[in-house]
Design a protein around this ligand. Structure first.
Ligand code: NI
Length: 191
């Protein structure tokens, strides 16, 4: 296993529409080893998620794992999950404005509008189809990660660029109020 370099905004690979993965390719030792590396890289960087194009491979695979994440302490825990060829369906019109950050956009956060009730259909890392329904902040995390597979970054979704801030500025000026908002969201959106 290896920790891979994470690409930063400006790298053209981050702007590609990633290609779907076939069941045959997914079963190869090479792709399974890549998925291990993707997970190890996400953990090493303390990411809530990581998408394959962020480590230079434009295929439709991403991982999400939230366990008392130091970058996002207000995010509810979510078990390690690998999504292959995921699709996302909105299940309601509910939306919230939330601060996001991204390992490929160093030292920047900003507010984006995310759907709060979604269904995800994907394969697991062994090609078995699964479906999950999500409400709240985790639904936003899925939208963020799946956006990477379409060449989109959270900055593309920031409707008011005046909300952009460094992590230090976020901590100093916005963290306290946003943590309270996030806790309200956690209470409001339960399955
Ligand atoms: Ni990201």
């Amino acid at each position: 296993m290896a920790v891979l370099p994470i690409l930063s905004i400006g790298d053209p690979v981050l702007r590609e529409v990633s290609r779907a993965v076939s069941a045959e390719e997914l079963a190869t030792p090479a792709l399974q080893a890549f998925i291990d590396d993707l997970i190890e890289t996400m953990h090493a960087a303390h990411g809530a998620g990581l998408a394959a194009p962020q480590v230079g491979r434009p295929v439709r695979i991403c991982a999400v794992h939230i366990q008392q994440n130091p970058r996002y302490p207000y995010k509810p825990d979510f078990p390690l999950t690998v999504f292959v060829n995921p699709t996302l369906t909105r299940l309601s019109g509910e939306e919230e404005s939330v601060y996001e950050g991204c390992l490929s956009v160093p030292d920047l956060r900003g507010r984006v509008q995310r759907a709060m009730h979604v269904r995800v259909d994907a394969w697991d890392r062994h090609g078995a189809p699964f479906t999950l329904e999500a409400r709240g902040l985790i639904a936003g995390t899925f939208q963020h990660e799946f956006d990477h597979l379409d060449g989109l970054l959270f900055v593309d979704r920031v409707t008011d660029p005046r909300t952009l801030c460094t992590w230090a500025a976020f901590d100093r000026f916005y963290r306290e109020a946003f943590v309270a908002e996030a806790m309200d969201i956690n209470r409001k959106y339960v399955i």
